[in-house]
Design a protein around this ligand. Structure first.
Ligand SMILES: [Zn+2]
Length: 284
């Protein structure tokens, strides 16, 4: 790693400090926003009522058919994973690793699965399987996992600060989470893991490596949505951080992000970025 890369690494750590799960977000100076704006659900026109007159029923209004452009699978020459923690993707490509953590909300997980299926957007999820949202949405997620649109890494079962746990505690958190993912989706999240809050030290890395977790995945930019943000704030963070070769962290916790999926996709398309999972990029 040269000096410039080292500096980039430092910048990444700064971004990390501004970004991750709740406790860090609370320090980032962002005022907690009021809840997401009330969504306007299109009201269905009344239909099906008996027509007492002889006038013919009006022709059914055709429902607008969304025509999303499904992003094709990228054909990449996989590369060896650099050692140590990663906060970005190596090289000069135009790839974006959109990663989504936690899974507090089953509805948000469902919306992400629908979004990935409809648009071909490739996502790496880092679930905490203490939340039932992953098992609840297994039916929708399974085909995406099988096709490679979606990948799972390990974010621990119950989201502890791993640096505060015993060696055995670290192992238990990773293995308990992996067991749910294996049982539900038939996949092993190793070697990828994301330490909750980005808290990582040498001991955690050694213990995790001992059970096959050799790839701690941090991030270089965040939608900062482990806290409740407005849709406008989320789009603002996407504009700031959806950049080439970045690993960006988001959360399946609050619904605001699901209201702006089309706008996030526009940013990705306008910038000529291709979404990738970690498995798309690295030789496992
Ligand atoms: Zn988290």
């Amino acid at each position: 790693m040269d000096r410039r890369q080292a500096l980039t690494g430092l910048t990444a750590l700064t971004a990390l400090a501004l970004a991750g799960c709740a406790t860090i977000d609370s320090q980032n100076g962002l005022a907690p926003a009021p809840g997401p704006r009330g969504s306007t659900t299109p009201s269905a026109s009344p239909s099906g009522a008996a027509n007492p007159t002889d006038t013919p029923a009006p022709p059914a209004t055709p429902a607008p058919t969304p025509t999303p452009t499904v992003q094709p699978a990228p054909h990449l020459k996989k590369i060896a994973r650099p050692p140590g923690a990663l906060s970005g993707l190596p090289g000069k490509g135009k790839l974006l690793a959109w990663t989504v953590d936690d899974g507090v909300s089953s509805d948000v997980v469902a919306a992400y699965a629908k979004f990935a299926a409809e648009t071909g957007t490739r996502i790496t999820f880092f679930p905490n399987c203490m939340y039932s949202s992953w098992v609840n949405n297994a039916k929708a997620l399974r085909p995406l996992v099988e096709s490679g649109h979606v990948q799972f890494g390990n974010h621990t079962f119950s989201h502890p600060n791993l640096t505060k746990l015993s060696d055995a505690g670290i192992v238990k958190e990773l293995q308990k989470n992996a067991a749910v993912l294996k049982n539900t989706f038939g996949v092993d999240p190793a070697p990828y893991y994301r330490p909750p809050y980005g808290y990582l030290d040498k001991r955690v890395q050694q213990v995790a490596s001992g059970i096959g977790y050799t790839a701690p995945i941090l991030w270089y930019g965040s939608l900062s949505d482990s806290s409740v943000l407005t849709t406008g704030q989320i789009v603002g963070f996407a504009k700031k951080w959806f950049l080439a070769q970045h690993i960006v962290i988001a959360h399946a916790n609050h619904p605001a992000v699901t209201k702006v999926f089309p706008r996030l996709l526009d940013i990705i398309r306008t910038r000529g970025l291709t979404t990738v999972t970690l498995n798309d990029v690295f030789i496992r």
